[in-house]
Design a binder for this molecule. Sequence first.
Ligand SMILES: [Zn+2]
Length: 304
Amino acid sequence: MLYQRTLAKKVEVSGLGLHSGKKVSLSLHPAEADFGIRFKRTDIIGSPIIKADACNVGATENATTLVYQNVTINTVEHLLAVLYGMGINNAYCEVDGPEIPIMDGSGASFIYMLKEAGIAGLNRFKKFLVILDSVRVEFGDRWAQIEPSPRLVIDSSIEFAHPQIKKQQEVFDYTCENFIAEIGRARTFGMLRDVDMLKRKGLARGGSLDNAIVLDDYKVINTDGLRFHNEFVKHKILDTLGDMSLLGYDLAGKITTYKSGHHLNNLLCRKILENKECYKIVPANFLCPETTNVFGLPWAVCQI
Ligand SMILES: [Zn+2]
């Protein structure tokens, strides 16, 4: 439970890019301890690499985009959430396009990939970013904060003037099992009129009922309905987990968000990193079991 993790072997998938509508291939590769999560764009000459780092976040409209030396990789948040959710600290993610495939709009396919690859323990302790003092960011009536807690908790609230959403709140107490059961399968969502508008602008070309919950003015129009009665707020937690994983450590702190989004999540990461007295980095062997005993899995972790 205390040791850093990677994948046991390479695994590949292909799917549509949400914005381009084009097929993208994604492969995940094992990496050594303290490598972190890095993306490689194999479709660009020289195959540039972008590190998953909160300071490399560029655009945050509709999705989180990483930028480094003019190279971008879009829609990283669901994959990052799954890597964090399954306790994986180190991986090389290769893509042959500008965005991570959207799959079904949730993390379910990435969970399946990692299950197929297997998870390997590395011979080095995980490092935790332990929150010592609260940090808060606000943007209009939206806000996000993090405060001290022995383990990672995300308390998320959303409010939409839509009869199917209205007010929703969910408290997610992080463990690998809770992540897989409660959060990983929650899909992104959008309004039908917004999807039409985005398509007219040449965006969301790959967007369809196969990769999002879509709502008209009254109801969900996907014939299969919802996976959870509050799937919307659960997806917000998935996004928050992916965005906060860009801090580059396992987290010990309670995050509370109200109407948050990728922009606010990134502001919170940057404010934490700017306020060095608000946190400390601690190897897992110095922390109590309450903090570290969250990385169990329903299947075994092999040692390499
Ligand atoms: Zn999302």
